[in-house]
Design a protein around this ligand. Structure first.
Ligand code: NAP
Length: 306
């Protein structure tokens, strides 16, 4: 595949940035990949692993001469990074990010974008519970959605080029209005993460069931919760603080439904439970039909279901 950008700067060198670097290299999408991270430990580790052509000390230095700059830091850190790099961005460059929420990032980054720089906020709906520069892999974005939330005024050619870059890394690219993005992701990702954190917290607090019993008899349902609840604490703290309104709206609805199910269990209303579970099963089928998960039992993993 042909080179799309001459110099790509990755700010923050964790799961997403390292995966982008591997994918870019594999497809030959960038002339040079320059990276930087906040701590010297991460910068040294990234140099040792070698997924960037150059790892530099500061974000300001990293963006010099870059025609694509991607912010790959937690959403709460985007504003400060944008402020640092703003005056160093090359005219005509694309400034993007991979943050899991969009409205808060646009509000924080927008004021620091100089005239002549194209801001294209984006979110790869792809990830794992791993973090840091060792966790990346080239196929992370394959067949996963990359949601862009560009301003109406953005140059269509610049946008098309950035779209082709993500498609070359294997992503399916869609466009959304930022607030709608945040509501959709509150349903599909943010609220489920909070529920997983809560469920694992409950198991931990419930003294009548010992920790070793929880681990030993961990059935598939709980195991999946623990996997999600092992996600990076900084990233997820920032997601909830940044997507407060949409998450609270979804959690409000969740609580109402939970109370309805609780009442059905108490009153022995099996019909309610059966109807509800029939409806949710159809949603699972839809996800599989859309190619976003596997129909294999236990998500294709071998060993102990439950
Ligand atoms: P990660 O593996 O934890 O890496 C985060 C990077 O950001 C590290 O290089 C870290 O530097 C740097 N960083 C942390 N706090 C910072 C601060 N206050 N100022 C400057 N740099 C800071 O994170 P990730 O999973 O790649 O996530 C990066 C972004 O992608 C986040 O905005 C997240 O919402 C989004 N995202 C994540 C996923 C996912 O599943 N993980 C999926 C889609 C989108 P040090 O190592 O030096 O601390």
């Amino acid at each position: 595949m042909a080179q799309i950008y001459e110099r790509v700067a990755l700010i923050g060198l964790g799961l997403i940035a390292s995966s982008m670097a591997y994918a870019m290299r594999e497809k030959g999408l960038a002339g040079e990949i320059v990276g930087t991270a906040r701590s010297s430990e991460t910068r040294d580790l990234a140099r040792e692993i070698g997924f960037c052509d150059r790892v530099v000390e500061t974000a300001a230095e990293a963006v010099e001469g870059a025609d694509l700059v991607v912010l790959c830091v937690p959403v709460g850190a985007m504003g400060a990074v944008a402020e640092e790099i703003g005056s160093h961005l090359q005219s005509g460059a694309v400034l993007s990010d991979v943050g899991s929420t969009k409205r808060a990032v646009i509000d924080a980054v927008g004021p620091h974008v100089p005239e002549g720089v194209h801001l294209i906020p984006a979110h790869p709906v792809a990830g794992t519970e791993q973090s840091g520069p060792r966790s990346g892999f080239a196929t992370l974005f394959e067949n996963r959605w990359l949601l862009m939330t560009p301003d109406e005024g953005v140059d269509p050619e610049v946008l098309a080029r950035y779209k082709s870059y993500w498609e070359a890394m294997g992503a399916l690219v869609g466009e959304m209005e930022p607030d709608h993005h945040d509501l959709v992701l509150a349903v599909t990702s943010h609220a489920p993460h909070l529920i997983a954190y809560t469920m694992v917290g409950v198991a931990d607090d419930l003294r009548r069931v010992t920790d070793s019993e929880v681990v030993k008899y961990s059935a598939a349902g709980f195991r999946d919760f623990t996997r999600i609840a092992a996600s990076d604490p900084t990233m997820w703290r920032d997601v909830f603080l940044a997507n407060k309104d949409a998450t609270l709206e979804i959690l409000g609805r969740f609580t109402e439904e939970l109370f309805a199910l609780q009442r059905a269990i108490r009153t022995g209303d099996g019909e309610h439970l059966h109807d509800y579970f029939t409806r949710t099963r159809a949603i699972r089928r839809g996800i599989i039909e859309a190619g976003q998960d596997t129909a294999a039992p236990n998500f294709g993993r071998s060993g102990g279901g439950g």
